[in-house]
Design a protein around this ligand. Structure first.
Ligand SMILES: Cc1cc2nc3c(=O)[nH]c(=O)nc-3n(C[C@H](O)[C@H](O)[C@H](O)COP(=O)(O)O)c2cc1C
Length: 167
């Protein structure tokens, strides 16, 4: 059973949650299609007097069409036993297969915010801002060259965290 909690009640530190545990970024397009992918780059914090989550999505991800096509996203976190599933979601594309069904995930739709029953923590995000990362804005070229040798620069999305649910 999920219950609503406050962002401050999350027990694990956000760095560990995102960098080590990983998350699923999930969104639904207007036609009702859903996609999800694993992400381990992002931030949970405070901005514009709001609690926010920031994610970075590369242009070639199928999920990009979904986060571009909706102002709602969920960031969901899973028990460590599901880490293999997160690995799968991060190495296979929803363009090629129904990876949600393949991984046996049960979709939940809460007013357009889509997540999976197997999660143990879900953040509901409302899109405030998005921007394509600009090559000219890098102040340290080592990051640009190490992370973007193909210059497939991410789009950054900033979401207000509207609701948090946890088991
Ligand atoms: C641990 C891990 C973390 C990842 N983090 C990100 C990320 O933060 N941003 C991103 O664009 N892709 C990230 N990826 C890659 C996508 O999850 C991967 O390309 C996925 O297959 C995309 O699926 P899609 O085409 O269905 O969207 C990550 C992959 C893994 C395994």
């Amino acid at each position: 059973m999920f219950k609503e909690i406050s962002l401050a009640d999350i027990q694990k530190d956000p760095y560990h949650l995102i960098d080590h545990d990983w998350m699923l970024v999930t969104a639904m397009k207007k036609d009702g299609l859903i996609n999800t992918m694993t992400a381990s780059w992002g931030t949970i914090g405070s901005l514009w007097e709001k609690p926010v989550a920031i994610i970075w999505v590369r242009p070639q991800r199928y999920t990009k069409e979904f986060v571009d096509g909706s102002d709602k996203v969920t960031l969901s976190f899973y028990p460590w036993e599901d880490h293999q599933m997160l690995g799968y979601m991060g190495t296979h594309s929803g363009r090629d297969e129904d990876k949600i069904e393949k991984c046996g995930l049960t979709t939940v739709n809460d007013d357009g915010y889509v997540y999976f029953q197997q999660a143990n923590l879900v953040l509901f995000g409302h899109k405030l801002y998005q921007q394509d990362v600009q090559e000219a804005c890098f102040k340290d070229e080592t990051v640009l060259n190490d992370v973007y040798p193909k210059r497939d620069l991410h789009t950054m999305y900033i979401y207000e965290i509207k609701k948090v649910i946890a088991r």
